[in-house]
Ligand binder design. Structure first.
Ligand SMILES: Nc1ncnc2c1ncn2[C@@H]1O[C@H](COP(=O)(O)OP(=O)(O)O)[C@@H](O)[C@H]1O
Ligand SMILES: [Mg+2]
Length: 443
């Protein structure tokens, strides 16, 4: 691999040669100049500049200014036999990255050069990383700077254009709805219907007719024929929210739609075809439901083509400042650093939805023009927004007593029901690999 190029500007020929030879033998590509004027002509193509301060004509300090004027990012190390502190300070002020007082040993030279290049490479890497991630701090109006959200944005971009079924998993309020809509918006179906079905809201006996429609006379009260959601959504996208709540009898029929894109209206034996893209969402761990036998395995695999797991907000706290800024703009308010600090230290059981509500309420009720720490209105007394049904928050058996001590309540095997303000975050996770849990006090 070719090593970095270093430009040596030194009027004294012997020094120039010794330094040049040393750096070449250390593996660098060396360019040399006897004056700053000549050096400037070579400066654009090198990774580092090593220059004498005292030069005939233009001196080292002027050279630094010229480089600055050209917006050069190339690091400059200055050397000077007149190595007084003032010279060094002056050079550093003008942008030199380091100072080598003459005489110096060649070993010292190597160390200083390597260090300057290392810093430069790190800076470049950071800049490249920032540029690469720059457009991904948000995806439309979905805000997220954390690596997990950036992965999600990348996946959305990749799958939006396809017809692949997407399964969104995450606690309530993490943004599943938003993501489902964004996928539809970025798909070729964007001008076609986006039909959301909330599987929890529909009673079991009505679900089949809601999903697949019915013919006149199919049941008492069916005075007219009516298309179901899968029919209305034809050529568009169906969003099945809370898919984990779909009863077994309907699961079979969904499986058929997913596999064959076929169904019948209730009270009809005419098979209908539909061209829909399916996005499903769940706030329960479907794998646990599989094990309990409440969710069909074949349906699960049909849905889980592209799994997207959206982590709870407390696991991506770096997103909070960006979300707060976004919501502050939305609700026409200003949030102080102190207020942000308070928002950052909370565990957000209701995730982004709760954060959005708190920011809005705090802006509305703030004493002054700006939300200060004391204006932050977090409702910890009635913390029902914690996703009670999420299996991610199930505690393993035997853990019940230890969590009671800090205010958690849980029926054996059931969800966590309440959190004490003192005990800011208890996370329990029951996944295949085993069970881990921890708690953190924020006092
Ligand atoms: N990443 C995000 N950026 C901006 N707003 C978000 C984000 N995630 C969630 N929200 C907001 O939080 C609320 C809840 O989001 P939603 O998509 O309904 O969550 P879920 O479907 O997972 O319960 C919505 O008002 C949405 O605007
Ligand atoms: Mg939702």
């Amino acid at each position: 691999m070719p090593r970095e190029a270093i430009l040596v500007i030194e009027d004294e020929e012997k020094h120039r040669r010794v330094i040049g030879l040393h750096l070449s033998s250390a593996g660098f590509e060396v360019k040399a100049a006897g004056t700053a004027e000549d050096g400037l002509k070579l400066a654009a193509d090198v990774d580092l500049i090593l220059t004498d301060l005292k030069l005939p004509g233009m001196d080292g300090l002027e050279l630094l200014e010229k480089l600055k004027g050209q917006n050069s990012n190339t690091p400059v190390i200055v050397m000077s036999a007149f190595g007084t502190v003032e010279n060094a300070v002056e050079a550093m002020k003008k942008g030199a990255v380091d100072f080598l007082p003459k005489p110096f040993s060649l070993d010292h030279l190597t160390v200083v050069v390597e260090k300057a290049l290392e810093v430069r490479n790190l800076r470049n890497e950071n800049r490249e990383l920032r540029e690469a991630l720059g457009q991904r701090y948000h995806f439309e109006n979905i805000i997220g700077r954390s690596p997990s959200m950036q992965d999600i944005f990348a996946t959305i971009s990749r799958v939006a254009g396809t017809r692949a079924t997407v399964l969104l998993a995450g606690e309530s309020g993490v943004g599943k709805d938003m993501i489902a809509r964004a996928i539809h918006q970025h798909s070729p179906r964007r001008d076609r219907p986006f039909v959301k079905i909330n599987c929890t809201a529909i009673p079991e006996n009505l679900m089949e007719s809601e999903l697949f429609g019915y013919e006149k006379g199919a049941f008492t009260g069916a005075n007219v024929s009516k298309p179901g959601k899968f029919e209305t959504a034809d050529t568009g996208t169906v969003f099945l929210d809370e898919i984990g709540d779909v009863p077994g009898s309907i699961q079979v029929k969904l499986l058929r739609v997913l596999q064959e894109r076929e169904f019948e209206r209730l009270g009809s034996n005419k098979t209908m075809h539909t061209d829909v893209r399916v996005i499903a969402a769940t706030n329960v761990d479907l794998r646990a439901a599989l094990e309990q036998g409440t969710f069909r395995e074949d349906l699960y695999y049909r849905l889980n083509v592209v799994p997207l797991n959206i982590p709870p907000l407390r696991e991506r706290k770096e997103d909070i400042p960006y979300l707060v800024q976004h919501f502050a703009k939305k609700f026409n308010g200003e949030i102080s650093d102190g207020a942000l600090e308070r928002l950052m230290s909370y565990h957000w059981p209701g995730n982004v939805r709760e954060l959005e509500n708190v920011v809005e309420r705090s802006i509305l009720l703030a004493q002054g023009p700006r939300v200060e720490a004391d204006d932050v209105r977090i409702d910890t007394t009635n913390n029902r927004s914690r996703p009670a049904a999420s299996t991610d928050n199930f505690l393993p058996e035997g853990m019940t007593r230890s969590v009671e001590a800090c205010g958690w309540q849980q029926e054996p095997g059931g969800p966590l029901a309440r959190v004490d303000a003192q005990c800011a975050a208890v996370q329990a996770r029951a996944d295949g690999a085993g069970v881990a849990w921890g708690r953190r006090n924020t006092g």
